[in-house]
Design a protein around this ligand. Structure first.
Ligand SMILES: [Zn+2]
Length: 202
């Protein structure tokens, strides 16, 4: 039985989300059909506002509210500007913030280097990171890219570029699940990785 077009459209859109297969997409679509009107309306409104209401911090490229040039972390005088934690994704910022153990600032690369996928330094926010460190006032850069092949490769590349700038370079301690994503690590593991961070050797 072919689904009526509005349902079909929703199912197809949901299927494009990560981790959602055709079965889950259908189940969600039927759930929304039966749910009270305000749920569908709230959801539609939130989705529409997502793109217009969010922008990226001009300093660290974390998410920021529309019309703001800086994110809440860069804007806070409580956060140490001499310490920069480099991560792949804004979700990694959220994960590290949940530990409540970090009081420096961040730099979000928006991905990792991947020669196979054709992602080079110019596709990431690397130029902006170098400029921040070159501007001075930075003591330490924590390379907190994911403990994966691409993440390690990116950290090694950044080390090479940042080393001549005379800044302390550290990498999160081992113990994070290898090949995994920072954002999925639990709070205790992240805390330990942050506290046990080590100088990055060649
Ligand atoms: Zn920021």
């Amino acid at each position: 039985m072919p689904l009526p077009e509005p349902l079909q459209n929703l199912v197809r859109a949901l299927e494009r989300l990560p981790g959602i297969g055709p079965k889950t997409a259908s189940r969600l679509a039927f759930f929304l059909l039966r749910a009270p009107d305000d749920l569908a309306q709230d959801l539609a409104q939130a989705l529409l506002q997502l793109k217009t209401g969010i922008t990226y911090c001009q300093e660290c490229f974390n998410i920021a509210g529309a019309g703001q040039t800086k994110c809440a972390i860069c804007d806070s005088p409580q956060r140490d500007p001499g310490l920069i934690c480099v991560v792949e994704d804004p979700l990694d910022v959220l994960a590290l913030e949940r530990t409540e153990a970090y009081n420096g600032r961040y730099h979000v690369l928006h991905g990792a280097l991947s020669p196979i996928e054709g992602i080079g330094p110019e596709q990431l926010r690397i130029r902006e990171l170098l400029a921040r460190v070159e501007a001075g006032g930075v003591r330490e850069v924590i390379l907190a890219t994911n403990p994966s092949l691409e993440g390690d490769y990116t950290a090694a590349y950044l080390r090479q570029r940042l080393k001549p700038l005379g800044v302390r370079l550290t990498r999160l301690a081992r113990g994070l699940p290898a090949g995994g994503d920072l954002e999925y690590a639990d709070q205790t593991t992240l805390l330990r990785a942050l506290a046990g961070r080590q100088e990055m050797e060649e």
